[in-house]
Design a protein around this ligand. Structure first.
Ligand code: UGA
Length: 468
């Protein structure tokens, strides 16, 4: 499957985390990319060279490759594109199934604007199994309605599930663990192999601000049928979610028996069959993917008369974790009514300002429902919280230090690196009770002990008192 590296015209429909990262990364590899989005304000921001989301390295790379990038709300660039990516949102509906209305619109628009040359339409949105065929049918129908003839032989639909993590989206795109492509049309498979070859073989020059990980070898290319690629995406997220829920379930027992979950996680993770990653016990997972995708998997299973008790349990353990941390704080403080609780971090994880399904917001709500005053800091997500969650009535602090003022407890919710080196000695004196609940087992226990804090952690039992 050897092909000469060439510059292709690419269109990306949807300029969110996935679409924008994909577009910028492919422009960096030398392609001419047009990002299409219906959100005209976002397009305007991008045209001015500003990145509408906070994502490590994205602004820098965007500036570097602006001459190969176009941003528009018009679908007409699809006519010239050899590859069209679909990267629109598929948010969850109340019954757990994903809302496919954006996908439907995108597929229809692609069909209406398809050019004469063979086009590969690649779905990157996380979609229910079978959506590839549905997208193909929509494109076909739209093409016929516009051109009065069949689109046979003019396009093929492929699936390229996305595994990037928010906060390290570019790194995951340029240096992935694997590239999965679900394509049943040989020409589509060949085109996508050619497109991803510089990544598979790591032949592109690494951006100065995103160096290639040391020792990174060739990246495995996994070619599958459409349904398998779509299922791989859901199964990968469900497995990662259950790995975290598993360690959190063990953490609850560790607290009771006086064990230390960080040691337990290391002890089991070093077994190569288990692996150390995604075994960090804490407040649990949030974000736009694990919750939505596990719910969608359950909804798909239901359609086929199946239950998925393991996936269900992973969700239960995760959402119960948010209540457990509040109960633990209640146990410590006895009364939450009228107490002031500081939260360090609002984003669902560090290096992003994304608040979707963020544990912080759930925890804040639960604390306030018990009568506590909650104040919060986040290095990048405060504006978004004010804008998107006005009903929350949180007291926002611009400086991390301010959440400690007169607080009865401070809970670390998001492990932003800068929190590790706060002036702990000084902060203990600012609180009414120097109690810190480290919801991510992230802070240095010795330093906090020296500063005079009582330091609670997840899955770490209070040390047994030794008697002389
Ligand atoms: C996740 C997957 O990791 C990506 O591979 C996937 O592409 C993405 O969903 C998606 O479907 O779009 P993301 O949600 O960005 O990525 O973030 P993760 O780094 O996976 O973290 C998810 C949550 O799990 C965070 O709240 C994080 O704090 C939590 N987490 C992670 C833990 O509690 N413990 C861990 O050991 C790891």
């Amino acid at each position: 499957m050897k092909e000469r590296a060439e510059s292709m015209d690419i269109a990306v429909v949807g300029a969110g985390y996935v679409g924008l990262t994909t577009g910028v990364a492919l422009a960096y590899l030398g392609h001419r990319v047009t990002c299409i989005d219906v959100d005209t304000a976002k397009i305007e921001t991008l045209r001015q060279g500003r990145c509408p989301i906070y994502e490590t390295g994205l602004q820098e790379l965007l500036e570097l490759v602006r001459h190969r990038l176009e941003f528009t709300d018009s679908y007409s660039p699809i006519r010239q594109a050899r590859i069209v990516f679909i990267a629109v949102g598929t948010p969850g509906l109340p019954d757990g199934s994903p809302d496919l209305s954006q996908l439907e619109k995108a597929a229809w628009a692609i069909g209406m604007h398809l050019g004469e040359d063979f086009t590969v339409v690649v779905n990157k949105s996380t979609v229910p199994i079978g959506s590839g065929n549905w997208v193909e049918a929509l494109i076909r129908e739209a093409y016929r309605s516009r051109n009065g003839r069949s689109a046979d032989g003019q396009f093929a639909v492929a699936s390229k599930p996305e595994f990037l993590r928010e906060g390290s989206a570019l790194r995951d795109t340029l240096y992935p663990d694997r590239v999965v492509v679900g394509a049943e049309h040989p020409e589509a498979l060949k085109t996508l192999y050619t497109l991803y070859r510089p990544i598979l073989e790591q032949t592109f020059p690494a951006p100065a601000f995103l160096p290639r990980p040391e020792g990174l070898g060739a990246i495995p290319f996994v070619a599958t049928d459409l349904a398998s690629a779509e299922l791989i995406k859901y199964a990968a997220n469900a497995f990662l979610a259950l790995k975290i829920s598993f360690i959190n379930e063990i953490a609850a027992l560790a607290e009771k028996v006086g064990a230390d979950i960080t040691q337990v996680a290391r002890g089991i993770g070093l077994d190569g069959r288990i692996g150390t990653r995604f075994l960090q016990a804490g407040i649990g997972w949030g974000g736009s993917c694990f919750g939505k995708d596990t719910a969608a998997l359950l909804a798909t299973a239901r359609e086929y008369g199946l239950t998925m008790p393991i996936v269900e349990a992973a969700r239960q353990v995760n959402y119960r974790q948010r209540e457990r941390v509040v109960e633990r704080l209640l146990e410590e403080l006895k009364i939450l009514k009228g107490k002031t609780i500081g939260l360090l971090g609002l984003a669902f994880k560090p290096h992003t300002d994304d608040l979707r399904d963020a544990p912080s917001l759930d925890i804040a709500k639960r604390l306030m429902a018990r009568g506590a005053w909650v104040r919060a800091h986040d290095p990048v997500a405060l504006d978004r919280a004010r804008r998107e969650r006005p009903e929350l009535q949180l007291q926002y602090c611009e400086r991390a230090e301010d959440v400690f003022d007169g607080a009865d407890a401070v809970m670390l919710v998001t492990e932003w690196p800068q929190y590790r080196n706060l002036p702990w000695e000084e902060l203990a004196g600012k609180m009414r009770v120097p109690l810190i609940f480290d919801g991510r087992n992230f802070l240095d226990p010795e330093r906090l002990a020296r500063a005079g804090f009582r330091h609670l952690r997840i899955g770490v039992g209070s040390p047994t008192l030794t008697t002389a």
